[in-house]
Design a protein. Sequence first.
Length: 326
Amino acid sequence: MKKHVVCFTTFNESQKQKLREVSDTLELHFDTEEDVMPYFSKASAIIGIIPESLREQIDSIESLELVQLPSAGYEGWNRWIHKAVLCNSSGTFGFTIAEYVIQAILSIYREADQYKSFQAQNQWNTTRIPIETLRYKNALILGVGDVGSTLASRLKAFGCRTIGLRKKKVEKEGFDRIDQLVNIRTYLPEADLVINCLPSNTDTDDFFQAEMFDLMPSHAIFVNVGRGKFVKTSLLEEVMRKQKIRAMVLDVFEEEPLPPHSSLWNEKSVYITPHISGGYASRYTKDLFAKLVETNLKNLVEHKPFKNQVNRPGFNEGEFGKLDTR
């Protein structure tokens, strides 16, 4: 008897063919929600973001073994998934988020907005505006998973000193040092760059407090490409209003979309993007996700552990995300 795989995410024809070739014991269902719906209640695996109208039914699917998310974030899914294994897509976004962070920081250091303003006014302005370089900067990276470690290796190539913080100490390439997150206050006074790459969970939500910004040097840049709940928007607004640090790069927010009335929109030293630092705008990231799905479908067929598992079936909600290694 074949196992049904329901896909709520798009794949190109080449990716679909590779997934079909995983095993003839799998029957994959792609395309529109209407096309896959007849198989939802008997699925062995669900790939993608399950529509809200169907989420209450997830635990009632007796055959369901795997839910594969297309995102690194998995917060909120503990409301609906208690029996099947939940996997995220950590490992597919590291390079593109790292490039985003470096591009944003360099645009600040090299005064890109000022020169763009000259261009808009048809000005050949040869004024030598003071600029900064990444060389010799101290980069404090919160989270040493795929995004954090990839970013660290890229920043090292620019001559940065990289320090990584996470819940427990580990050894990873790309970092000059890795320490525990609880020791963050030790490193903030020397940090030129503070970059959050942590996931959202009970340990990291509302983690970054006002006194931590007070410890940062006035020339520092704060970057958030982790999760918006890491720091309150009202605190970010206050910090920039008081000009406590040089600049911010913000791709994620406590509330999304960022409300139009937020003062962050009008802060010249704040670089805002609408949660696009990762995602599948790059073909390469979608290829990596398709490869991850292929791996986990093979694991499904061969009864092997799934890659990127972030829950324990039958878990208590307090244990949700404990398998995440970032």
